[in-house]
Design a protein around this ligand. Structure first.
Ligand code: GTP
Ligand code: MG
Ligand code: ZN
Length: 305
């Protein structure tokens, strides 16, 4: 029976079959022994299952289909480069950051956007907790992303502000909700899907490195499709990005690159670089330029491993 993985927790995998039944499954030993440099199975993966116990809806996963896309990072702490799949087969990425608590880390935000661009998955940004700062203050911080061309929604999960506009934006496909811990991802999903009652973190926990959401999990939307909650990430190492392709993943740099003198310009030190000229004229935001330089260096360093 074909189905989709709703969540993976330790050895158990919840699968929703295309017929709409929920099964608790394990993976066959044969699949586990496959050589791989990526996550064996992740929420969002398409699978084939066979029943083991019909009455208890327990089954075995006999095949994991190739992923058509993935939101991934480099597995933290791995000796050699290993892909850590956050969610398999997302159609869209909703990047959630808080206007405050935790303080916004724009470098981390750029990493999420670059991860999305490199996987060719459309993304949009949601700034939560505007009740703490006011919308104007939030726009002053994040408005630069609107200038780059990303849709930005300003919301408060706590007060329900902006949630309707967000709901209208969701399509009947898989939207993965990603961002730092404590940004309010689960709180927002609770607003979007009343009755779900996902666990949200206690305020006192923020900043102490505790994650409230422990597994990525898909939730069916009444309008069709799924929304996927994921655990908050503190770091997002680049996965499979070469330095010379990085400029493709910054839309405002990508747009100018054809005007550089050299077609393979990396915009670091080549003469006749249209990108650096735009930086000098203030047409590329200084923060985004710093981010580009930092990620370029990181991509150059990890190239060899
Ligand atoms: N003031 C305010 N607090 C919020 C808002 N949304 C969420 N919070 C609080 O922020 C804290 C974290 O919320 P969560 O929804 O658990 O955050 P998360 O992004 O799911 O965190 P992880 O699961 O750890 O990744 C909780 O104490 C929420 O009550 C908001 O709009 N305004
Ligand atoms: Mg959560
Ligand atoms: Zn250039």
């Amino acid at each position: 029976m074909p189905g989709i993985v709703l969540r993976v927790y330790s050895d158990f995998i919840d699968v929703l079959t295309d017929e709409g039944a929920r099964w608790q499954c394990k993976v066959t030993g044969r699949l586990k022994r496959r050589r791989r440099r990526t996550t064996l199975i992740a929420a969002g993966d398409r699978v084939q299952i066979k029943p083991v116990d019909e009455a208890r809806r327990e089954g075995l996963i006999t095949d994991i289909l190739p992923r058509k896309s993935a939101l991934s990072r480099r597995r933290p702490g791995a000796v050699s480069a290993v892909e850590d799949v956050i969610l398999a087969n997302p159609d869209e990425i909703m990047v959630v950051f808080a206007a405050a608590e935790p303080e916004p880390d724009l470098f981390l935000l750029d990493r999420f956007l670059v991860a999305a661009e490199s996987s060719e998955i459309p993304s949009f940004i949601v700034i939560n907790k505007i009740d703490l700062t006011g919308e104007d203050h939030a726009r002053a911080i994040f408005g630069l992303y609107e200038d780059v061309g990303y849709p930005v929604f300003y919301v408060s999960a706590k007060e329900g502000v902006g949630v309707e506009a967000l709901r209208k934006h969701l399509k009947d496909h898989i939207t993965v909700v990603a961002g730092p811990s404590g940004a309010g991802k689960s709180s927002l999903i609770n607003r979007l899907l009343p009755g779900l009652n996902l666990r949200v973190g206690a305020l006192m926990r923020i900043g102490k490195g505790k994650h409230t959401t422990r597994w990525a999990q898909l939730y069916p939307l009444p309008s069709g499709g799924f929304i996927a909650d994921t655990p908050g990430l503190r770091e997002l190492g680049l996965w499979d990005i070469r330095p010379n392709e990085l400029s493709d993943y910054f839309p405002e740099i990508r747009a100018l690159a054809p005007h550089c003198r050299f077609s393979d310009c990396t915009h670091i030190n080549e003469p006749g670089c249209a990108v650096r000229e735009a930086v000098a004229r203030g047409e590329i935001h200084p923060h985004r330029w710093q981010s580009y330089l930092q990620l370029f260096e990181e991509a150059s360093e990890t190239l060899s491993t």
